[in-house]
Design a protein. Structure first.
Length: 611
């Protein structure tokens, strides 16, 4: 039986023979052992034999590479496949790459578009050969092109595609910043861009355009959620919100303010002549290889128009509920509620607290071909396969209420309403839940119990609220401590009490904690906690990424009775706590004890719980 090349290496096999047909290999990979990729992953303990068999069956029908099939099926990670490929061909695997690993003189001879398209980047020259980081060592054509381009032998080093793209962006940033230092503070000479051509690949635009595009590029690179362009007395200041906190990243002379705002307005399709009224628009651009949607809002201030840009990464990978920071008890309750046949599940919290991400994760978990799922959102932030998503448009009277009303004529099983803002939307959502539909939505309140009283304040009858609600989830986002530079210390008794933990239990190591995922960094020693320090990896902030802290209120008999009586939110919250509900601060305290975040972070985003 003939065998074929597959995987990110060679991996088709015949059950009756061990013969492997290997295509001719270039010198750079000749000498590899050509072991079967799938079998290597099984031997490493990262892949089950059943999963490999199923992937091979899929490949026999659809074709393609076994590594890509396994990653697509989430049987293994891209890193696990690439590491196995490196071993398969006896090449070095690099889990991390730094900008300092790159020889800029060599890099200057390689077009960035070529590097990005082929997912490779030259590193350093050693023994008259260039070490090249590449995600696919079987991409012989690209290696041959690079050999011809540089005029010397190349030695591949294997890394994941994402690691290589991140390094390309980091090295580009470093060279761009060097140009900025030469240009001075009042000059524009940073980024690049336009349309859906990647802004990194353009270098011949006008200075104002390059400056604005550079601001967008830096924000994407730093994982910012918002960009604020603010006019001051002498300067135009750009601040990026990263992990919920604002940091100044750029500034320009105040004389360029009008041109900068005009450029953003042109990109967003706004009226550049109107400077007295607020305006809203949208931008879609490709930045650093990622498709980004931007919501733009302008508003006049005493010193001129300020611009806020919300960044939505359309290529971001949606997490499932287990990756958002839920404890096992919360996960079990959430799983029960999102699999109910009807009722309303509400997520509460301020803007930017991750409510939409939680709802998307819930929808992804229950999405299947036998369910009709419809959503009405403002805006559609991420596109979900198999789900019909509608964006509100007030200009044509397509509101949440009108969209929801229309949905009921499309025989839905599950409906998601981006936000319940008024009585009409609330009443239609409740009627939908009472007629056999499962409804997900959000509402702006400070805690879970406040969501009940908010619906009553909108004019919904208390008995309808009590009978339709399944539960309410309040959430906040706290910054994760940087695993590289976090430092252990012994907090004082006042800090421990503010978390709601008895100092004696904390110092004895008996305080309740959040179960750690095997991939999480180790927890602190008993009686100790971690705090932020700062290092180059986390841009000297001490934090890297965010996770949620949660307050999950389940509508049991006690809470339903109080809701029917129109009790205030504090009475409902006390009753829920007595029934075992964890408050936001309690959940945050557990994650402090587990070493995931700091006491200062939990204090920043929560308020002390009333007794």
């Amino acid at each position: 039986m003939r065998v074929t090349k597959q995987g990110l290496g060679v991996d088709e096999f015949d059950e009756e023979t061990t013969e492997v047909v290997v295509p001719p290999a270039p010198a750079v990979v000749r000498g590899g052992s050509y072991r079967l990729l799938g079998e290597m992953l099984v031997e490493r303990g990262v892949l089950a034999k059943e999963q490999l068999t199923q992937a091979l069956e899929t490949q026999s029908v659809e074709g393609g590479r076994i590594g890509e099939i396994l990653v697509r099926a989430r049987a293994v990670t891209d890193e696990q496949v690439v590491e196995a490929v490196a071993e398969q061909f006896s090449l070095t695997f690099k889990k991390e790459l730094e900008a300092s690993d790159v020889d800029l003189d060599v890099l200057a001879r390689v077009p960035i578009t070529f590097a990005k398209q082929q997912r490779l980047i030259p590193l350093t020259i050693e023994d008259d050969a260039v070490r090249v980081a590449i995600s696919d060592p079987l991409n012989w054509a690209a290696l041959d092109d690079l050999r011809a381009l540089l005029g010397m032998e190349v030695v591949p080093v294997v890394a994941t595609a994402q690691t290589i793209v991140d390094l390309i962006n980091a090295v580009y940033t470093r060279t761009a910043e060097a140009l900025d230092e030469m240009g001075g503070e009042d000059e524009f000479g940073e980024g690049d861009a336009e349309e859906l051509i990647d802004i990194i690949d353009l270098t011949d635009e006008a200075p104002i355009i390059r400056w604005v595009n550079s601001a967008l590029f830096h924000a994407i690179k730093e994982r910012a959620s918002d960009i604020h362009i603010e006019p001051g007395e002498k300067y135009v200041v750009v601040r990026n919100r990263i992990d919920g906190v604002l940091y100044e990243t750029k500034r320009a002379n105040k004389g360029y303010h009008a041109s900068i705002v005009a450029r953003v307005k042109i990109m967003a399709g706004l009226n550049i002549a109107e400077k007295r009224l607020p305006q809203d628009g949208r931008i879609r651009r490709k930045i650093a290889g990622r498709d980004i949607d931007m919501r733009v809002a302008t508003i006049p201030t005493a010193r001129g128009e300020r611009v806020t840009i919300r960044l939505l990464d359309r290529t971001a990978v949606l997490l499932d509920l287990s990756q958002l920071g839920f404890g096992p008890d919360h996960l079990m309750l959430m799983d029960d509620m999102i699999h109910r046949p009807h009722g309303i599940m509400l997520v509460t919290g301020p803007t930017g607290s991750g409510k939409t991400t939680t709802l998307y994760a819930a929808l992804s978990q229950i999405n299947s071909s036998d369910k009709n799922i419809l959503t009405v959102e403002d805006p559609v932030e991420y596109q979900l396969e198999g789900i019909s998503q509608t964006q509100v448009n007030p200009k044509i009277d397509l509101t949440f209420a009108n969209g929801l009303r229309s949905f009921l004529r499309h025989d839905p099983d599950i409906i998601m309403v981006g936000e319940i803002r008024d009585a009409e939307t609330a009443e239609i959502a409740i009627q939908a839940s009472l007629t056999g539909h499962l409804v997900f939505s959000t509402v702006h309140t400070n805690d879970a119990a406040g969501g009940i009283t908010r619906l009553v304040e909108m004019g919904v009858e208390p008995f309808l609220v009590a009978s339709s609600l399944l539960g309410l989830l309040a959430q906040r986002l706290v910054r994760r401590l940087c695993p590289i530079c976090r430092e252990e210390y012994r907090p004082n008794e006042d800090e421990i009490r503010r978390l709601g933990i008895e100092p004696e239990a904390f110092y004895a190591g008996a305080a309740p904690t959040h179960p750690l995922d095997p991939s999480d960094p180790p927890a602190p020693s008993p009686g100790m906690a971690f705090r932020a320090k700062g290092c180059p990896h986390c841009m000297s902030t001490g934090y890297s990424g965010r996770l949620g802290i949660y307050e999950l209120l389940v509508m049991d008999d006690v809470v339903r009775t109080l809701a029917q009586k129109s009790s205030d939110s504090m009475a409902i919250k006390r009753a829920a706590v007595n029934q075992g509900m964890r408050t936001l601060r309690d959940d945050g305290a557990r994650k402090v004890v587990a070493g995931m975040t700091s006491i200062a972070e939990v204090m920043r985003v929560t308020q002390e719980d009333a007794s």
